[in-house]
Design a protein around this ligand. Structure first.
Ligand code: S3P
Length: 170
């Protein structure tokens, strides 16, 4: 059974949606950022600060090769830049979760843990840079996606159901 790979911009809800899908299916989930933090025994923020972005991207590529070879039937939520790994399409069916930048930004800002949520994401430190990154990535996200889901104005549960339904047809 193929994996379901959730891609999309920081804060779009990949992790929450993966967890909601676990509740509705017999599938399990893993998150590529969690795998990296676990093998490195430090946070993404600490990895970026000490070793830089390229070091982190190398780890993402390594995780992708491992997933491709060893993991099946699993919901895989990814970091916002994971879509660039060469092995992506071989990891599973790629589902893009998308919403306009302002929707994503406002949703994080309205969260009770907003400060923490921004702090743990080195590439979301500066809103203008984050917006530029979103605009640069959107066409690339759309290009690699097998399925595109607009997550604006939908609950996590509604999105999880939509992915399960669309995933079954593939
Ligand atoms: C990144 C997104 C982050 C994390 C890292 C880099 C990106 O994950 O992988 O900070 O390049 O967009 P989330 O999308 O879960 O925030």
């Amino acid at each position: 059974m193929k994996n379901i790979v959730l891609i999309g911009f920081m804060g779009v809800g990949k992790g929450s949606i993966a967890r909601a899908m676990v509740k509705k299916t017999a599938m399990m989930a893993l998150d590529t950022d969690d795998v990296i933090e676990s093998i490195e025994n430090r946070s993404i923020k600490a990895i970026f600060a000490a070793d830089g972005e390229e070091y982190f991207r190398n780890l993402e590529r390594k995780v992708a090769r491992w997933l491709k070879k060893n993991v099946t039937g699993t919901i895989i939520s990814t970091g916002g830049g994971f879509y660039k790994v060469p092995a992506l399409k071989k990891v599973g069916t790629v589902i893009l979760l998308n919403a306009p930048f302002d929707t994503i930004y406002q949703r994080i800002a309205a969260h009770p843990d907003a400060v923490k949520k921004f702090k743990k994401r080195p590439l979301f430190k500066d809103i203008d840079k984050a917006r530029a990154l979103y605009e640069e990535r959107l066409p690339q996200y759309l290009k690699v996606a097998d399925v595109v889901i607009d997550v604006s104005d939908k609950t996590v549960d509604m999105i999880a159901k939509e992915i399960i339904k669309k995933g079954k047809k593939r």
